[in-house]
Design a protein around this ligand. Structure first.
Ligand SMILES: Nc1ncnc2c1ncn2[C@@H]1O[C@H](COP(=O)(O)OP(=O)(O)OP(=O)(O)O)[C@@H](O)[C@H]1O
Length: 501
């Protein structure tokens, strides 16, 4: 068996006064998929970063196949056959898949024999259940292909235990099935062991053998997935019984158009058309969902709308031209929840409270004359932190030290607390735990009910069906289909998403 077993014994990791991992024990059986669950900030990333030599635990030990292992740097993890597939891509975009695979090797020969390397890679590809073109630049691959290439890279490197950190967040449901199904197949044949970090219970029940649930840095529950219900998992995550969800009634859609987009076009990063003649109106108290496979112009559409990308066409908010200047955003009440909020909505090296003031640092009460009132800024941040349950070591904590889900909450707090006329949300629940997902969805519906026009871009069709009043499909930069949610069906939308209708 190539797969290895792994035991973490009493692992503790502190960041200053915060104990991110508190005496965690975890056993991954050789040839199994072990799910790691926990609320945002529970310690999942910290745990796996200790495993791949990115962090050094303060206490505890790691056993590989029953023997003590000293993982001090990522190279040590590499030598033991431990690798990781991240939520976001790590391949070099300007190189081909084949080049990426070859340069990922720890030891490269002085001269690469491309003929024999290419044969070796072709042979490896034949063992894969899916196809990824080896000689195409990574930048030209779809999100699904990129994630498959990441997985192939790890297998090429001969991994014996693979950590998958929310690997399906950017994949369509079918791609997610392909990727996780393949991992399951490899563990089943004893080729690989896997640790799967996910917020999706369905992935746990479908693909994992065992699960460990972390809460506030402690392993509070562990066992066979077959012997747990999803309600038990959820309750272990939050530490108390689940409350019954009540579905908010929707106020009727208003005939007044708040967001009007006419003939919007924009180029992508490599200078080719990415948004093509998009026209769409969103009314007051309406959520229009934009469905699409990632990489079909969604990112460029949002950037063009918010004035962050050159564009042609006309965008109006409340009947007034909107180019995305700071003044227009404030005057017209346009807010955004972008994807990858740490990168796209924050200044990572600034503190949490400063990031929370990015919208209003130049207006009272945060601004007092020419100056920023640190007291008012702290008061605002404290209010946001309490209301949106942002977990942080303090208001002064650098944004980069917050867990992914808590960055998301912080941005939500900043963007959704003011009077919103137009909300542009891009995969707003990406990376959030189930409770935070529910809260975020409720806040979006509340913004709608309070009079906002919401443009919701999501790769999660279930989310669109739950929230949207109307769905449009974007494919290759064009809106190719539109349907009222009441009469929509997922197969038809899926066909349009795939460009096959
Ligand atoms: N480098 C760091 N410095 C200070 N605190 C940190 C650092 N990295 C993580 N933390 C803190 O440790 C705690 C655990 O964070 P971690 O990223 O492990 O959570 P997580 O379970 O992966 O969350 P998510 O689901 O949101 O990704 C959080 O409170 C986080 O703010």
């Amino acid at each position: 068996m190539n797969a290895i077993s792994l035991d973490l014994v009493d692992m503790t990791k502190r960041f200053g006064a915060l104990t991110a991992l508190d005496g965690v024990c975890l056993s991954v059986r050789a040839g199994s998929v072990h799910a790691l669950l926990g609320e945002n900030g529970a310690g999942k990333s910290t745990l796996v970063k200790c495993l791949v030599g990115f962090y050094q635990p303060d206490e505890g030990s790691i056993l590989v196949d029953g023997r003590g292992a000293n993982i001090v740097t990522p190279k040590d993890a590499d030598a033991l056959g431990i690798g990781m597939v991240y939520q976001h891509f790590t391949l070099v975009p300007s190189m081909t898949v084949a080049e990426n695979l070859v340069v990922s090797e720890a030891r490269l020969p002085g001269l690469i024999d491309w003929h024999s390397t290419s044969e070796r890679l072709q042979a490896l590809m034949k063992t894969m259940p899916f196809h990824v073109p080896l000689n195409v630049r990574v930048s030209q691959l779809s999100a699904g292909e990129k994630q498959k290439a990441e997985l192939i890279k790890q297998l090429y490197l001969g991994r014996r235990l693979l950590i998958l950190d929310e690997p399906t967040s950017v994949l369509t449901p079918d791609e997610a099935k392909e990727v996780l199904g393949f991992v399951r197949q490899l563990t089943g044949t004893g080729e690989l062991s896997a640790i799967l970090i996910t917020h999706k219970f369905e992935e746990v029940t479908r693909y994992a053998d065992d699960a460990t649930i972390l809460r506030k840095g402690r392993a509070v529950h562990t066992g066979r997935v077959a012997e747990m219900t999803t309600a038990e998992m959820a309750e272990a995550m939050i530490g108390h019984a689940l409350e019954k969800k009540s579905v908010k009634a929707r106020v009727p859609i208003h005939s007044e158009t708040l967001l009007s987009i006419q003939g919007l076009s924009a180029l992508g990063d490599i200078g080719l058309p990415a948004v093509k003649d998009v026209s769409l109106d969103v009314g007051r108290c309406e959520i229009v969902g934009v469905a699409g496979v990632s990489g079909n112009g969604q990112k460029e559409l949002v950037e063009a709308l918010m004035g962050q990308r050159d564009r042609s066409g006309v965008v109006k908010v409340c009947g007034r031209a909107f180019r995305g200047t700071r003044k227009e955003i404030a005057d017209l009440g346009v807010y955004g929840l972008p994807q990858e909020p740490l990168r796209n909505a924050c200044v990572p090296r600034m503190s949490l409270q400063e990031n929370m003031a990015l919208r209003n640092f130049d207006r009272p009460p945060v601004a007092v004359g020419q100056f920023i009132s640190s007291k008012a800024m702290a008061k605002q941040a404290l209010n946001f932190v309490q209301q949106f349950r942002v977990k942080t070591t303090g208001l002064d904590a650098e944004m980069t030290t917050l867990s992914g889900g808590n960055v998301q909450r912080a941005v939500l707090a900043r963007e959704l607390t003011n009077e919103v006329q137009v909300l542009i949300a891009s995969n707003p629940t990406f990376g959030l735990d189930f409770k935070a997902c529910d809260e975020t969805r409720e806040r979006i519906v509340n913004a709608r009910n309070n009079g906002a026009a919401v443009l919701l871009l999501s790769e999660d069709l279930d989310e669109l069906f739950d929230l949207a009043d109307r769905i449009v499909v974007i494919s290759e930069g064009r809106l190719v289909y539109e349907v009222d949610v009441a009469t929509a069906d997922k197969q038809t939308i899926g066909r349009h998403m795939a460009g096959a209708a």
